[in-house]
Design a protein around this ligand. Sequence first.
Ligand code: SF4
Ligand code: SF4
Ligand code: SF4
Length: 435
Amino acid sequence: MNAGPADTLSGRELPIIAIDIPEPVAPSSCTVKGRATPPATKRYKYRMIALASVHAYIAFHLISWHVFGIQIWGKTAMMGVPSLAKGTINAASIMVALILISILIWGRAFCGWACHMRGAIEFADWILRKCNVRQYLNLREKNILINTPHRWLLRIGALFVLLLPVILLILKTGFTPQVNVMSPAPMADLPGYEGKAFAQTAPFNLDIRPTWNDFLVSIGLALFIQFTMSMMLNLRYGQGAFCRILCPYAPMMTPLMNISPIQSKITRVAQCTGCRDCSNACPQGIDVSREIFHFNGKVINRECIKCYACIDACDDHVLKDTAAPGVPQTDRLKPYEKRPWQQELIRKDGYQTNARHMQVYEPLGPTTDFLSILVALVGGAITSKLGGFWFYPGAIVAFILFRQTCIMGSKWVVAVKAQRTSTHKHDRQISAASQ
Ligand code: SF4
Ligand code: SF4
Ligand code: SF4
């Protein structure tokens, strides 16, 4: 057994085995290109239309407010959770409450079908595939999903960042519950707020008048921010990275999963062959095949976002999204029982595998993960000088750069240690020979 790469900042050495484990095996009927490109099923197209419609709705909402002065829509931007935390019942907080209630019936279908950020993530995926970005295709073709074992630390940290301004405000002014459906203005943290493309404090600016042309500039800037941060994260950590690693809403959603008897789940409705096409297609790294094998034909994983990639990938029509009980598996699953996913190992490229998720983990410890949040905060604070929404690209860039530096530092420490050990060994051999 070899010592693995050390966590750069905690100095902890990972108990790992240097072994090259097999990647998920492509089924014979499935080419590599086929796995990088989602099957163009009706379900997939409807989902993309639904996600695009969310952006169209947001644009419609902002234009009606900003250009035509129609304010009856209330606020449906991103401030629902802070509004709830502050005790303000507005359109955004009502929307968040409805989303959370919907989990009891449909699971996280909101994520797969109606989240604006997921739309940005899928669009980034499409752009990176269409532009043949090799680094991304390398990840996408084998469905390599990079993450950290301490992703809950990052997600809860992100939720804390989302709530931090509210916590500060409550400390300053006290908790003031109120019902005001129209508060605050929908552009409070978006380009276009207060008639400017950037914050009033930004070093440069553009006037945004209440006209179509000017307002399209501010919508374009908001979309640019979302898509570039999705692209950066997808490119570095594989598809759907924001949802898997950083989304601050995940800590609120997952506790509501699997508590309602009427919640629909991905379910086995016919005999499974154990081919694992479903597991290899899941963008959330869920081992669908294993879950339906072990949990009465149900996918109980709280990360399931109801994207239906597993259903589309199953040529045998074994899977369905339903609350009905799963069909018992009577056929024996030889190929499944031989799979290695129950072991925690380290691959030659340094990433750790995990027993429960089909994701690989960066060889970084909790200290580095915690510091990643602080570094992201600093990066975000710098770019937020351009406006609240600009916090995100700065935070994401700082997050990726810091972690990449730590991984390189970690490799360097391991290399130096190995060199020292080999030098000592060599010296001992020389001194033994000379005696
Ligand atoms: S995990 Fe977060 S970002 Fe991803 S789809 Fe769900 S709410 Fe949206
Ligand atoms: S559910 Fe379908 S795709 Fe998944 S392992 Fe079973 S037969 Fe294969
Ligand atoms: S289990 Fe299926 S529906 Fe759920 S996230 Fe994975 S592929 Fe999508």
